[in-house]
Design a protein around this ligand. Structure first.
Ligand code: GRF
Length: 222
């Protein structure tokens, strides 16, 4: 019996990743309990999603605090008061200070809509489609003190189509985000993740042995 990992989901926007996590918990595919949803804006639709599922939420707005440190101390206090095992960033548009990361070492995960280390930062989907790469995707990683630089847990790849826009590519990536975030959290719940420097090992995970070309090769080649 896998223990239920107690998570806080931090959001700033639509919360479709939050929704996928909720759905996976409710269908019994994810051994987690969302103790609290935390938003840094009252506008986040994610708050409505939490409410619909009876999940407590709290808004902490940066202008109520005189410094980043004060904001982060409040955040740490909330996380501690809920006995949080794992902090799940799901579209949270704020960089966490070392104080939070020190309070939750290797206990903060993030999802990024690109194949890191390509296209870190904002508008990753637009960066990828402007660059006209042939594949992009998404990455779940542990958070370190950099922006989108922490040890990588899982990535999913999607093709980039010639006619893609930021939106169409973003939608294709998002569908994969919804699958891989719950998978990473489940591995965490099962105690299967080991971090050694940059390298994250997943105990007993299968290995992907596929290679892809885009556009595909037109005949077998050596
Ligand atoms: C996702 O694309 C995620 O990768 C990025 O922010 C977006 C959040 O989307 N970090 P949603 O709020 O979960 O719908």
């Amino acid at each position: 019996m896998v223990r239920k990992v107690k998570i806080a989901v931090l959001v700033s926007g639509s919360g479709s990743n939050l929704q996928a996590i909720i759905d996976n918990i409710e269908s019994g595919h994810l051994s987690a309990q969302i103790e609290i949803v935390i938003s840094n804006t009252t506008e986040a639709y994610a708050l409505r999603r939490a409410e619909k599922h009876g999940i407590p939420s709290i808004v902490i707005v940066s202008h109520d605090f005189s410094s980043r440190e004060e904001f982060d101390q409040r955040l740490i206090a909330i996380l501690n008061s809920h006995g949080i095992d794992l902090v799940v960033l799901a579209g949270f548009m704020r960089v966490l200070s070392p104080a939070v990361l020190n309070a939750f070492p290797l206990k903060v995960m993030n999802i990024h809509p690109a194949l890191l280390p390509s296209f870190p930062g904002i508008h990753a989907q637009g960066q990828a489609s402007d660059y006209a790469v042939k594949f992009s995707g998404c990455t779940v990683h542990f958070v370190d003190e950099g922006v989108d630089t922490g040890p990588i847990i899982i990535q999913a790849v999607v093709p980039v189509m010639p006619e893609d826009t930021e939106e169409s590519l973003g939608a294709r990536i998002l569908a994969e985000e919804h699958k891989i975030y719950s998978q990473a959290i489940q591995w965490y719940a099962e105690g299967r993740l080991t971090v050694n420097g940059r390298r994250v090992s997943v105990a007993n995970a299968a290995v992907a042995r596929v290679s892809l070309c885009n556009p595909p090769l037109e005949s077998p080649r050596n």
